[in-house]
Design a protein around this ligand. Structure first.
Ligand code: FPP
Ligand code: MG
Length: 306
């Protein structure tokens, strides 16, 4: 099954989406796609068949997100913790990923047509070389697309992301590109794998678990968190519609919380509790981020020839 499918909405779901579109639609939605193995057990099939079903659900969901006008989607496809599963399951999951990333490259023309940019966020050094090559190619080919964004978290945990960002900054200091006063929370978040991507407005987790499992810990502080009991392969357009409906219901409270946070920052600046430079991005940091970005793309290009 491909990453891009035909819309599978029925007329009633289309009507509901039209109504939802009268309200605020989240720009960025993150998914913790959980429950594939329980689905497999429930349906008496192999674990890997549950994961394959999970991938099918992902491609269906991406189309529903496009139908809703959601511009950016981030999915938790493989946690660093998942490497601790049995060798058989890890190998099968990596093989599934290999097939699906190859498929993504095969249908790159369709992604270009729709203006989709693909990013794979995570610790690439933990991945097999052939997968690194594929994701490098996918990122390079779609790098200038700006219509919508798909971020696949693969070999990802938020703790690893923070560690990576701190290392990037420490290297910047030792190379003389950064000084102590350039280190701000803003700079740190720009050094994350998610880079300059806006924070998710809505996070959806399936399968009844109500925790974040080391996913986007920093980025979802002000997001609406929606937990549902449905197992990921059983997720339907109704579940997505319901999540967006609940998000809209809480929208004014969410906006208020975000504004309060901005006011607190401004208060801290006004009362000299904190220097402006502790919050924003300094000129020096801006130049540093440019260097980091250039180095990133250099490394991605190198992956293709090695
Ligand atoms: C969580 O269910 C799901 C995963 C660990 C894998 C998710 C992967 C996909 C949906 C396929 C995506 C593939 C690509 C290439 C993007 P679980 O295994 O934790 O199930 P359980 O909670 O029932 O044990
Ligand atoms: Mg699970």
């Amino acid at each position: 099954m491909s990453w891009i499918t035909q819309s599978s909405l029925n007329w009633f779901q289309r009507c509901c989406i039209k109504l939802l579109k009268c309200g605020p639609i989240p720009k960025h939605v993150a998914f913790i796609m959980d429950g594939n193995r329980r689905y497999a057990k429930k349906n008496n099939v192999k674990k890997i068949d549950g994961h394959t079903k999970g991938f099918h659900k992902l491609s269906e969901t991406l189309q529903w997100c496009l139908d809703l006008g959601i511009e950016e989607v981030t999915v938790y496809a493989f946690s660093i913790e998942n490497f601790k599963r049995s060798e058989e399951e890890v190998d099968a999951l990596l093989e599934l990923a290999r097939q699906k990333f190859q498929r993504l490259l095969d249908e790159c023309d369709k992604l270009m047509e729709k203006g989709v940019r693909i990013r794979v966020i995570g610790n690439w050094s933990l991945l097999p070389e052939n997968i690194v090559k594929m994701i490098s190619e996918a990122e390079l080919r779609t790098k200038d697309n700006t219509n919508c964004y798909l971020n696949v978290a693969f070999a990802y945990t938020a703790r690893d992301e923070v560690t990576h960002a701190v290392r990037t900054i420490v290297n910047g200091v030792s190379e003389g590109l950064l000084e102590e006063q350039d280190i701000t929370s803003e700079l740190l978040s720009h050094c994350f794998y998610t880079g300059s991507s806006p924070e998710p407005d809505l996070l959806i987790r399936t399968s009844g678990e109500t925790r974040l499992s080391d996913f986007l810990l920093w980025q979802v502080s002000y997001s609406y968190l929606y937990f549902t009991d449905v197992l990921w392969p059983d997720f339907t357009a109704w579940d997505l519609i319901s999540a967006v409906f609940h998000y809209q219901h809480s929208y004014s409270k969410l906006q208020y919380a975000k504004e309060q946070q901005k006011l607190r920052q401004n208060y801290e600046i006004d009362t000299n509790l904190v220097d402006f430079n502790r919050i924003g991005i300094t000129k020096n940091a801006e130049n540093f981020l440019r260097v980091v970005d250039n180095r990133y793309w250099e490394a991605v290009r190198k992956n293709l020839v090695s």
